[in-house]
Design a protein. Structure first.
Length: 471
């Protein structure tokens, strides 16, 4: 399975990486093929040039054969001293095709050993030239040219001339080296050019990504600037989507506000009418109690409906440090009688990707709950976790109170469930936190605190560096 799908990671690479890899691979393939073709053509051209030199010698020998002189008096002198040096690699040989070694006329460089014809030379007609590679008596690679000459009454002769193939090999090697250096520099230039083109060509996409990131962080409300006509429709449609989303959410806010007003007003009237009527005190108290429960439930569901409408809002973010500072000041005043020491540790520049009201609702409930049960110390920590593109905000609130057994931690998250009726409140606080966290695709859990009490852990979408600030 791993081998079969080993190509899948490339599909998840950035466009720039994919373009760069494809450009480098295609350029390398083209250069390698071009180098092979040029080397082959150069080798063939070098062989033809070398064969032409050998053919000049073969034609001179053939001229001596067809001269009217006595065959025994023919000198076959080529005027090149290399043919006189023993085993120089430059050889010539003249004789009948079926002649014995002693009947052959050869150059001094052959030192009496016959020169074999080129490998796979085949047969040819009179005057046809055959060329190829062969090996000398010292197993040296030779380039050999031969032709048959008909001299009439003397019969048919084979003229064979050979030269060392080292010259061809060395010449081709020098050309291959020069070509490798040239194509290497050319490939490097093409790679740099491709990277510059990719960087320049993808610059608008990088700018578009930065603009979307600014919207996600709440630093902008639309994608500004002009883009090439290829991606301009994408920017326009995204701006239209953001504006449409904003209008839908605004209508949702209005409808939620209208519903809240429509429900709260009758409840207030009922409470006021009961207070001013002659109803029995027990009935009046019961009505007020149930009206308060109804108001709490209405507020709970309206807040949840509003949060559900706003949880996916683009371009909305909340700065964490001032929000936590405001909550600490508020609860410090509310619980001044307990003289609670609030310790806040928050990363500088950390933001929550959502409405400030929702963040304060979640964290405020947790700080309120910790303050109720704390003996004198509450620790609040906010820090980023995860990668930059998928950053999360981790908020923990700990107290040094009595804590909560593990089996009771799930029960308190049940809507309206209270384990201790002596503490004020409706029992909706922790369930509201859990619901709001779920709406933002986050998580909320309760653990044992290092301070000895309860530790609430809230994980929601966020942005920001990991530089902590101690207060």
């Amino acid at each position: 399975m791993t081998d079969r799908f080993s190509w899948l990671p490339m599909r998840r690479r950035s466009i720039g990486v994919r373009l760069a890899v494809s450009a480098l691979l295609s350029s390398a393939a083209i250069l390698v093929i071009a180098a092979w073709i040029l080397t082959t053509l150069y080798r063939e051209n070098t062989e033809r040039s070398f064969d032409s030199r050998l053919l000049v010698y073969a034609n001179n020998l053939a001229t001596d054969l067809v001269s009217p002189n006595d065959p025994e008096a023919r000198s076959f002198a080529l005027g090149d001293p290399r043919f006189d040096l023993p085993l120089s690699g430059w050889y010539w040989q003249v004789g009948h095709p079926d002649a014995k070694p002693r009947d052959l006329r050869t150059s001094r460089s052959l030192v009496g050993v016959p020169l074999k014809g080129p490998d796979q030379a085949g047969t040819a007609t009179i005057g046809q030239i055959r060329q190829g590679y062969g090996h000398g008596q010292d197993d040296r690679l030779l380039r050999i040219v031969e032709r048959d000459v008909d001299v009439g009454q003397d019969g048919r002769y084979t003229v064979r001339v050979a030269g060392p193939a080292d010259e061809i090999v060395n010449e081709v090697d020098r050309f291959r080296f020069s070509l490798s250096v040239t194509f290497g520099l050319l490939g490097l230039s093409l790679a740099l050019t491709a990277l510059l083109q990719i960087r320049f060509g993808l610059a608008p996409l990088k700018r578009l990504r930065a603009a979307l990131g600014a919207i996600r962080r709440g630093e902008a409300h639309h994608i500004p600037g002009e883009y090439p006509h290829d991606i301009a429709p994408l920017a326009s449609e995204t701006n239209l989507l953001i504006e449409t989303n904003r209008e839908i959410l605004e209508r949702a806010r209005t409808q939620v506000g209208n519903l809240a007003h429509a429900l709260k007003t009758p409840l207030s009237i009922i409470v006021n009418e009961v207070a001013s009527s002659d109803a029995p005190p027990e009935l009046a108290e019961k009505i007020r109690e149930q009206a308060a429960v109804m108001r709490d439930q209405v507020n709970y569901h309206l807040d949840r409906a509003r949060a559900a409408a706003l949880a996916g809002t683009l371009g909305t973010s909340t700065e964490i440090e001032p929000a936590l500072a405001g909550l600490v000041r508020t609860f410090g005043k509310i619980y001044r009688d307990k003289d609670i020491a609030y310790e806040v540790r928050v990363s500088e520049g950390l933001r929550f990707r959502g409405e400030r009201q929702d963040f304060e609702e979640m964290v405020g409930n947790l700080v309120d709950n910790a303050s109720k049960w704390a003996s004198g110390r509450v620790a609040i920590t906010a820090e980023p976790v995860g990668e930059q593109d998928f950053a999360r905000l981790l908020v923990t609130i700990e107290d040094d109170g009595p804590g909560l057994p593990e089996e009771d931690r799930v029960k308190v998250l049940t809507r309206g469930r209270r384990l201790d009726e002596t503490k004020p409140g409706s029992g909706l606080g922790l369930s509201i936190v859990a619901d709001l966290a779920a709406l933002y695709r986050g998580r909320f859990r309760l653990e044992a605190a290092a301070l000895g009490g309860l530790r609430a852990v809230l994980e929601v979408p966020g942005d920001g560096p990991a530089t902590a600030v101690q207060r």
